[in-house]
Design a protein around this ligand. Structure first.
Ligand SMILES: [Zn+2]
Length: 276
């Protein structure tokens, strides 16, 4: 398969029920939807990266073992999904320690990647890079280099080393689509001809496309409830449910049309991190 156009497909593995009041009254969704991703990746013969929340790994150890068994990269999405801006440095150290203990017990041999919850790596939380370095991480994919209703770091200079950690910021589309189009709500909401243009222009600029999806992005059986971090907006919550059944079809369409190949983040970064 040609991998001229790299599609860095990733899943942020978390249980949305942990972030809403009384969430456990809703249906369990992590195992069944993770298996959907794993089966689809097998179908297209690709290996991807799973950014995992430590608590979710403790709740579903067999799911994590299956991800490892099928040859995917396991990376860190913090231990309990608290935004970096709400943590002190000491708390973040404890968080990393707890996450890595969990993953070691589950047989993850080398965890090198990190993604901040809700892209909360911003100017005020950039101290986190040196903590990540202390814990042996090599790269992060945690920055949204744009203004955004939740988090964003518009002055961010671009991919490269920050305190010895290689940061791969999200792709932001060209005007008027200045949003991270490769995953989540935007990937599901935009018509495929727009996605085709946005992916195509990233590839033309020799950039990979970063994709971030979640178990809920392909959960077609989930009950209706207000999702976290949306300021109770009904319109945004509606978007949380849009086109969930089309995710894999869209991926396959774009990969074929643009001759793109899925890669694990650590594979993509190998040539850039050889001296580290
Ligand atoms: Zn997350």
């Amino acid at each position: 398969m040609s991998t001229k156009n790299s599609f860095l497909f990733s899943v942020d593995l978390e249980d949305v029920r942990d972030f809403i009041p009384d969430g456990k009254k809703y249906k369990e969704a992590v195992p069944v939807n993770t298996i959907k991703y794993l089966d689809w990746l097998d179908k297209v013969n690709a290996k991807a990266t799973f950014f995992i929340v430590g608590k979710t790994a403790r709740d579903y150890p067999d799911v994590i073992k299956e991800i490892i068994k099928r040859g995917h990269e396991t990376a860190c999405h913090t231990d309990t999904h608290i935004h970096l801006t709400k943590l002190t440095e000491a708390e973040f150290r404890k968080d990393c320690e707890s996450f890595l203990n969990t993953m070691n017990k589950l047989g993850a041999v080398s965890v090198k990647g990190f993604r901040a919850p809700t892209f909360s790596m911003v100017e005020q939380s950039k101290w986190a890079y040196s903590v990540l370095n202390d814990f042996g991480f090599s790269y992060s994919s945690s920055v949204l280099p744009s203004t955004n209703p939740i988090f964003g770091w518009p002055e961010f200079k671009g991919e490269g080393f920050y305190d010895c950690i290689y940061e791969l910021p999200m792709n932001i589309g060209t005007w008027p689509f200045k949003v991270p189009f490769g995953g989540g709500v935007y990937f599901r909401f935009f018509p495929t001809f727009i996605l085709n243009q946005l992916f195509g222009s990233a590839f033309q600029n020799n950039s990979p496309v970063f994709s971030y999806l979640h178990p809920y992005d392909v959960d077609t059986d989930q009950e209706r409830f207000m999702h976290p971090h949306l300021n109770d907006s009904k319109a945004l919550n509606w978007l949380m449910y849009v086109n969930r059944s089309e995710v894999f079809e869209r991926m396959e369409y774009l990969m074929k049309k643009l001759d793109a190949g899925i890669m694990r983040y650590d594979e993509y970064l190998k040539p850039k991190l050889t001296n580290k």
